[in-house]
Design a protein around this ligand. Structure first.
Ligand code: GUN
Ligand code: FE
Length: 469
């Protein structure tokens, strides 16, 4: 891996979304980094000391190779993406068997695959390849489900740390013998809880050791991870809620994903999935719940009141959610939302692909999809569309705010997590013959058309983690 880690200043143009709903272009700006890879100053062309600071940064770069980066005329930086929902062991399965319903896909394909994370070396290899793939697509922060294995899950944390990616990882809990295969489940609820605590301790120790070595270590965190209500006993769910409370840990799970999951909680508890998760202490400001498509008004209020985050996975939802996620309705109700690939319910590791699908799904939700239904009844009946900059916010600052981590935008105090986009690659020219030069159009072309080849460099916490030859 490339290890350039002394970057102190970057001169160039930067697109980002510091607030929901609008983008900002910092055109010809100097972004300066401190020793920890955090942005400590931003000077814009036209500011009184701009020329003087650029001259100083250039001089520092001449004295110390790697300290100064100047973007080319056709280059622009975007924040590193934050992916809020991924299953690391499912990476070999991406694109496979997506015609099955969720329960069959899980049972016949996914669980036998995830069981292979019993081999921690295999888990490391898959985790490392996935982390590098995400980085190469511009994703610098990821919230991962690992597997039900303690060692295999810890291998994913190590792999991400070695790849230079900021990662929050959970050892998955799935302990109900009536709901899981014997070849792949926690032995008992007590074992599941004990392994969760051991896992959180190990990840905290990994984080402390790496930080002690490297002031620009991006961070390794643990998450309490009940797979979803249908795979866990009441005892495990309650115990995990308690562990998360006492440790103030992240929590991640699936909630209200589709018709089937939604119906399981109602039959078992007489409550919605969201209400059941809340009753076990599993909703709150550090809880990130994947999918959340079948959200009643009560569920939406519950999420807003508890500060629970929705990880919107628009590609995956097209296959398994039996519906489109009402992102705009939830946002307007005050729910915190970010974006996730859901590898491999979603086949693509690219947040660009998920930004595109998020916009398209919102349009289809608003307008409906069946031309045989009268136009007055075809769509959702409320404004549901989101814009590409809104989807970019979900993929960057929205995800960062969801995790409470200082990344996702180019602002002082945030990590320098960035992807450098070359808009003039062969077969991937994003400049459109120079006809649409307004910033909004330039950004739209990047969001809709960028390929992996356009992403020339990726920086995480001020360290160069991807450089395309
Ligand atoms: N619900 C429980 N587990 C899973 C999973 O691995 N993928 C998806 N999409 N939904 C789930
Ligand atoms: Fe998932």
């Amino acid at each position: 891996m490339t290890t350039i880690a002394n970057l102190k200043a970057v001169l160039g143009s930067f697109f980002h979304t510091p607030t929901y709903g609008a983008f900002e272009l910092l055109e010809h700006a100097l972004v300066e980094l401190d020793d920890a890879g955090t942005i400590c100053r931003i000077t814009r062309a036209g500011d009184a000391d701009f020329e003087q600071r650029v001259a100083a940064a250039r001089a520092a770069g001449a004295a110390e190779p790697g300290a100064y980066l100047e973007l080319g005329a056709n280059e622009v930086a975007l924040p590193g993406f934050v992916d809020l929902h991924v299953h690391a062991p499912q990476w070999p399965q991406a694109g496979v068997a997506l015609d099955e319903p969720l329960n069959v896909w899980l049972d016949e394909r996914t669980f036998p695959l995830e069981a292979r994370f019993a081999d921690a070396e295999f888990a490391y290899a898959v985790g490392h390849d996935l982390a590098r793939t995400f980085l190469s697509r511009g994703t610098t922060t990821v919230l991962y489900f690992a597997s039900a294995h303690l060692d295999g899950s810890f291998a994913v944390s190590r792999a991400c740390a070695d790849a230079g990616q900021r990662a929050i990882v959970g050892k998955v809990v799935m302990d109900d013998p009536a709901a899981n295969h014997d070849f792949y489940r926690d032995a008992t609820p007590d074992q599941a809880l004990a392994d969760t605590e051991t896992f959180l301790d190990r990840v905290a120790a990994l984080d402390a050791a790496r930080r002690a070595d490297d002031p620009r270590f991006a961070g390794a965190f643990g998450a309490v991870t009940p797979r979803f209500i249908p795979s866990c006993t009441d005892e495990a769910l309650a115990g995990l809620g308690e562990i998360a409370r006492t440790r103030n840990a992240y929590i991640q799970s699936h909630c209200n994903e589709g018709e089937w999951e939604h119906s399981v909680a109602i039959e078992r508890f007489g409550k919605t999935d969201a209400e059941a998760l809340a009753s076990f202490g599993l909703l709150g400001p550090k809880s990130i719940m994947a999918h959340c498509t079948f959200m009643s008004e009560g569920d939406t209020r519950l999420f807003a009141e508890t500060g629970t985050v929705v990880a919107h996975c628009p590609i995956s939802n097209a296959y398994f959610a039996n519906s489109a996620c009402p992102v705009r309705r939830m946002h307007e109700a005050g729910v915190r939302i970010g974006l996730g690939t859901d590898i491999s319910g979603g086949f693509s590791p690219s947040m660009y692909d998920n930004i595109r699908q998020a916009v398209m799904a919102s349009r289809m939700l608003e307008e409906g999809v069946d031309a045989l239904v009268d136009a007055t009844r075809r769509g959702a009946g409320y404004p549901a569309r989101i814009s590409a900059p809104e989807a970019l916010y979900l993929a960057t600052k929205g995800g960062a705010e969801a995790l409470g981590l200082p990344t996702g935008s180019f602002e002082v105090g945030r990590a320098f997590d960035a992807q450098i986009i070359d808009t003039r690659r062969a077969f991937a020219d994003l400049t459109g013959f120079g006809i649409f030069n307004e910033p909004a159009d330039r950004l739209a072309r990047i969001l809709y058309l960028a390929t992996p080849d356009n992403i020339r460099q990726v920086w995480c916490q001020g360290k160069l983690v991807i450089e395309r030859a």
